[in-house]
Design a protein around this ligand. Structure first.
Ligand SMILES: Nc1ncnc2c1ncn2[C@@H]1O[C@H](COP(=O)(O)OP(=O)(O)O)[C@@H](O)[C@H]1O
Ligand SMILES: [Mg+2]
Length: 446
């Protein structure tokens, strides 16, 4: 731990010098001022742990200085030295946030003791704050899943959370890649540093570069100030590169260099900067294919792929459904609603192209649409009653009449187009009027 930083303010020069010398000898890092105005200048420039202010100063007094100090540095602890020992001024000092007061003439060891206590108090508060932050962050996300498949992913996540190596998370959209990236962060020693997500595909290349690495003033039109990038904002935390497969090739070179050395430059700046951020990337693309087809640099892929976490799609871990459903119902405004057994069966039959995200939306809507305490299958509005479009299509026996073939074929086309008749007619190569006639003729229904 670094030395406790003190700011001592007294207008009696001799007393001040004596005190400063003594406190320095005790290992404190001490600044001093003879007036409140000078002290305030220091407070605006430097950070202090503890202020020791004489109550009576020329110009602004000690209590006023205390108030002003707290506006700039709310966490500082201030001890007030009072010359008169009147209980009134002492109480006033405490009311505006002094840690304690000491009556002059004071005994130096007593003062040191009180400074020690204030320092301890401040350290404890800081620790508490960071604990609170961590707990809040932990409560913010809840990872549900007890299928063997998913537990394996969680197990691995825990194991590699504390390591420095980059991680590549693969999985279809909505499988929980960002959630796992957050787990990697909050389950690690970086938990009280920032978690910074970046969507690699959201911006054009030059903007993404300045977003990521920052820029110098004048680097391009509109860059009116120096700006830190997300890499610097993440500091010693985690940089989460989402949609990695969409990162422009030119930027991939710069990212590779950063991954290899921890070094980067702000756009338009010559200075090399360094951060020790952990990089976690996610993709829903087949990265080997991206590499093979020249859209993603092979060297960068290998650099990021030191550890790969693959999150299976929800349809391959239906065992997670009950717990996930309960979790998502609990998060709604009607947490006591239940799913009917038909509704559950329908979900078990469904293949969730949008994975967990889709499930959460289905449940949210189901809770809204259901009238009583039960969410029925019909409240889920599953496309094609729990089947994929392909499965919902009627299959033909080779021994049926041409008329039968036509009927089934038209029915399939309509289903495929969600009963949009203009589109279906287009696909079938007939007029819409003709399609209506056939629908009527074969008695087809939506
Ligand atoms: N195992 C899980 N437990 C609880 N919620 C989950 C789980 N997996 C995904 N979710 C939720 O589903 C949504 C999509 O997850 P997200 O991590 O954004 O997926 P991806 O990044 O893979 O598209 C989020 O709201 C997330 O909280
Ligand atoms: Mg995502």
């Amino acid at each position: 731990m670094s030395a406790t930083r003190l700011l001592v303010v007294d207008d009696e020069q001799d007393l001040l010098e004596l005190l400063v010398r003594r406190l320095k000898r005790k290992g404190f890092d001490v600044d001093s001022a003879g007036t409140a105005e000078d002290a305030l200048e220091l407070v605006k420039k430097n950070e202090y742990d503890i202020g020791v202010y004489d109550i009576r100063l020329p110009g602004m007094d000690g209590i006023e200085l205390l108030k002003e100090t707290k506006k700039v540095q709310p966490d500082i602890e201030v001890l007030i030295l009072t010359g008169h020992g009147t209980i009134d001024t002492a109480i006033e000092a405490m009311k505006v946030g002094a840690f304690d007061y000491i009556t002059k003439p004071y005994n130096l060891s007593e003062l040191e003791l009180t400074i020690g206590k204030a320092a301890e108090n401040k350290a404890l508060k800081e620790k508490n704050d960071s604990m609170k932050k961590i707990i809040a962050q932990h409560n913010g996300f809840n990872i549900i899943g007890d299928s063997a498949n998913f537990k394996e992913v969680l197990e691995m996540t825990r194991r590699i959370a504390d390591s420095e190596v980059p991680v590549l998370i693969e999985g279809e959209s909505g499988t929980g890649k960002e959630l796992i990236a957050k787990a990697l962060h909050y389950w690690s020693c970086r938990a009280d540093e920032p978690f910074v997500p970046v969507n690699s595909g959201a911006l054009p290349e030059h903007l993404l570069e300045s977003e990521l690495f920052g820029h110098a003033r004048g680097a391009f039109t509109g860059a009116s100030q120096d700006k830190k990038g997300l890499v610097e904002a993440a500091k010693a935390g985690t940089l989460f590169l989402d949609e990695l497969g969409e990162m422009p090739l030119a930027l991939q070179v710069k990212l590779l260099r950063f991954l290899e050395t921890g070094e980067f430059r702000r756009v338009g700046d010559v200075r090399e900067r360094h951060v020790s951020v952990r990089v976690v990337a996610a993709t829903n693309r087949d990265m080997e294919k991206e590499v093979a087809e020249g859209r993603f640099r092979e060297d960068l892929y290998y650099r990021l792929n030191v550890v790969k976490l693959t999150i299976p799609p929800l349809r391959e871990r239906k065992g997670d459904l009950p717990a996930l459903i309960e979790h998502f119902i609990r998060k709604t405004k009607a947490p006591s609603k239940r799913l009917s057994s038909e509704a559950f069966a329908a979900l078990e039959d469904y293949d969730f192209p949008g994975n967990v995200r889709e499930l959460s939306h289905l449940i949210e809507r189901g809770v809204l649409l259901s009238k009583g305490s039960m969410i029925g299958a019909e409240d889920l509005l599953l496309p094609h009653a729990g089947k994929t479009k392909a499965e919902a299509q009627v299959r033909l026996s080779p021994l049926c009449s041409l008329e039968e073939v036509e009927k089934v074929h038209i029915d399939n086309a309509l289903k495929q187009m969600n009963w949009n008749k203009t589109k279906a007619a287009d696909v079938l190569g007939i007029s819409v009027r003709n399609l209506y006639r056939k629908i009527d003729q074969y008695g087809l229904k939506e």
